[in-house]
Write a protein that binds this ligand. Structure first.
Ligand code: LLP
Length: 433
């Protein structure tokens, strides 16, 4: 467990936040997402605490798409972070959680009129504008409501980071943002200058997710700075905010090199200070948007082992009671995970098995070739680092109810999302007799 933030207890069971994971599985049923809240807090502090130590004015906005629930956003609020939402559903959750509206930033490449109206009505802190259509929509809503709004422009700096193609976003051939290279960003900037209800605070870019190379984000910072300095020189514009997005990689498996968030924040701050000095501009506020890095390693999923199929000399298929409905990442991105038997966490490894989900398709495999002790039905399997993009991407394929979420902190456990029932599964169905 050296690279996952969990321990073994005296019974030889996996412990999370000081509690026996097998007891949690028994109490709440499986599949079960369990978060150690103290790890969420540590992750928040690694980012926000470092900016504070450096005396740099910054906002760390938790990207709530990674995992949003009322309890989660309450913890994020307690830690003093801001919040990134990308939909009305995420905004609604934030408001229900009592999140301060002025610390909410809204993203999206196709924000609807309803979404923008809700954001404007609640005076959220900032809208990150993605495209020309959106400028028009915002302009109309602000005029109609006689309101004002802070905005950033999302731009594509033309960087292709080294990660899965589906989660690359900062390259030029992307659905997101205004391209810098072909003058789109300049046109958008000029359009905003003519509007006194829209306060243009600066630029945003998010170049991709699950990144380990911090150089790419530093390069994006420099590219954005050059553009801001250009506007300063040509139009006398002074930037207030530089938002460099999220994407900080986490450790799923031994192969992933962990990123030291505090170190990264220091490098980023140094680059921004250096650029500001070079262009003789005031140091803008630095905003970042970590999602996975806040929630990912704080959560794990517990499953109960069911059927075991042995194909002699080939493979053992061990099926669990969840799969691509609670964690679609292996099927969607070929994502790799590590896991252990929570009830035999101290037992010697005896076998190598592959963990199958319960959905009716061959692609529903959670892990290939996992080393385990002697494995039997009713064992509890824990899969690590499922705290980000697990519950938030859960789905109802095969009409499985969504699993429950439990928070653990200071030796106490509390359900924060109820397990769905079969009634929930059919509740929107309308009969046709
Ligand atoms: N900011 C923006 C504008 C984003 O698009 C994203 C992620 C983030 C922040 C947060 O990125 P993070 O720090 O979590 O890497 N479902 C995929 C990840 C998609 C990320 C999309 N945007 C996965 O499971 O890997």
């Amino acid at each position: 467990l050296d690279h996952h933030p969990f321990d073994l207890n005296e019974a030889g069971h996996l412990a999370i936040g000081g509690l026996d994971s097998t007891v949690l599985a028994e109490k709440y049923g499986t599949p079960l997402y369990v978060y150690d809240v103290s790890v969420i807090r540590e992750n928040c502090r690694a980012f926000i605490g470092t900016f504070q130590e450096l005396g740099i004015s910054a906002q760390v906005a938790y990207a709530s798409k990674a995992f949003s629930s009322i309890a989660m956003l309450q913890v994020i609020k307690q830690e003093g972070l801001s919040l990134d939402v990308v939909s009305q559903g995420e905004l609604y959750t934030a408001l229900e959680a009592g999140f301060p509206a002025d610390k909410i930033h809204m993203h999206g490449n196709n924000k609807s009129v309803d979404e923008l109206e809700m954001a404007i009505e609640h005076d959220i802190g900032c809208i990150v504008i993605d495209n020309f259509h959106e400028i028009e929509l915002i302009r109309h809503i602000l005029e109609r409501k006689n309101k004002q709004m802070n905005v950033l422009l999302r731009v594509s700096p033309g960087i292709e980071p080294d990660t899965h193609d589906y989660i690359v976003t900062g390259n030029e051939d992307s659905k997101f943002g205004f391209n810098l290279a072909d003058g789109q960003a300049d046109d958008a900037f000029l359009e905003l200058q003519h509007n006194n209800l829209i306060h243009f605070k600066g630029l945003h870019s998010h170049i991709g997710s699950q990144l380990f190379d911090t150089e790419e984000m530093l390069l994006a910072a420099k590219i954005l700075f050059r553009k801001l300095a250009d506007w300063h020189e040509k139009y006398g514009y002074t930037p207030e905010v530089l938002n460099l997005g999220g994407g900080f990689g986490i450790r799923y498996t031994r192969e992933d090199k962990p990123l030291d968030y505090s170190e990264h924040v220091k490098k980023l701050s140094a680059v921004v200070q250096e650029q500001a000095a070079y262009f003789n501009l005031p140091i803008p506020e630095i905003w970042i948007e970590p999602g996975r890095a806040i929630a990912g390693n704080a959560g794990l999923t517990l499953y109960t082992v069911g059927s075991i199929k042995e194909i002699p000399g080939v493979r053992h298929y061990v099926s669990v009671d969840g799969g691509m409905t609670d964690n679609i990442r292996p099927a969607l991105y070929n994502a790799k995970y590590e896991g252990i038997l929570a009830n035999k966490a101290a037992a010697p490894v005896r076998d190598t098995v592959s963990i199958a989900g319960k959905c009716c398709e061959s692609g529903d495999m959670l892990m290939w070739d996992l080393p385990v002790p002697v494995i039997e039905s009713n064992d509890i399997l824990a899969v690590f680092s499922t705290g980000a993009y697990g519950y938030s991407m859960a789905n109802h394929y095969n009409r499985f109810p969504k699993a429950a979420v439990v928070f653990v902190e200071n030796g106490e456990d509390q359900a924060v999302v109820k397990r769905e029932t079969y009634h929930d599964v059919v509740k929107n169905d309308i009969s046709y007799e």
